[in-house]
Design a protein around this ligand. Structure first.
Ligand code: S3P
Length: 174
């Protein structure tokens, strides 16, 4: 049972913070389903996130992302791995605050860059400039993550199952 009585747990943070990898482990521990806003967007658009950015642009991606978030919030209780930019829209921040116990997975730029490189998954907004772009995103977004987060978990040097156990202790602590 979540401490707050809210239905979902949302993981927020920059690319490489571990949201997508931690979500299924955490969902198993909490008895919830694991879902992912990027995967939901790709399902609806029938193309990859990279293709949406390349063919339709960021604004279209952000609209699809908001729609995906709304749809997932009306689904079964879930651990929701969100895209790193979900907090940019005030409507998304408000939805997250109202419906989710929000956990910010926070990592150093070095850790983020290493994990992104290891994942081999393309991030359209990070193609040019890697660490510099990440540092810029952190600057632009850290206040927004802090605004929605009920909990902050620092994930540097932790494995996904260790992060998941830390999150469980945060969201279920009486
Ligand atoms: C984005 C992060 C990506 C994806 C899209 C935009 C961002 O998700 O939603 O490429 O704006 O930071 P991850 O956080 O899973 O990489």
């Amino acid at each position: 049972m979540l401490l707050s009585g809210r239905v979902h747990v949302a993981l927020v943070g920059l690319s490489g913070s571990g949201k997508t990898v931690v979500a299924p482990v955490l969902a198993d521990l909490l008895g919830l389903v694991a879902v992912d806003t990027d995967a939901a967007v790709a399902r609806v658009a029938q193309r990859s996130v990279g293709e949406i950015f390349a063919e339709q642009g960021e604004a279209t991606f952000r609209e699809l992302e908001s729609g995906a978030l709304r749809a997932l919030l009306s689904g079964p209780p879930a651990v929701i791995a969100t895209g790193g930019g979900i907090v940019l829209a005030e409507t998304n921040r408000s939805l997250l605050r109202d419906h989710c116990e929000v956990v910010w997975l926070r990592s150093s730029i070095t850790t983020l860059a290493d994990r992104i490189a290891a994942s081999g998954e393309p991030r359209p907004l990070l193609q040019h400039g890697g660490r510099t772009a990440l540092a810029q995103q952190l600057l632009e977004r850290e206040d927004l993550y802090a605004e929605v987060a009920d909990h902050v978990v620092d994930t540097d040097s932790l494995e996904p199952d260790q992060v998941a156990r830390l999150v469980v202790s945060e969201v279920t602590r009486g």
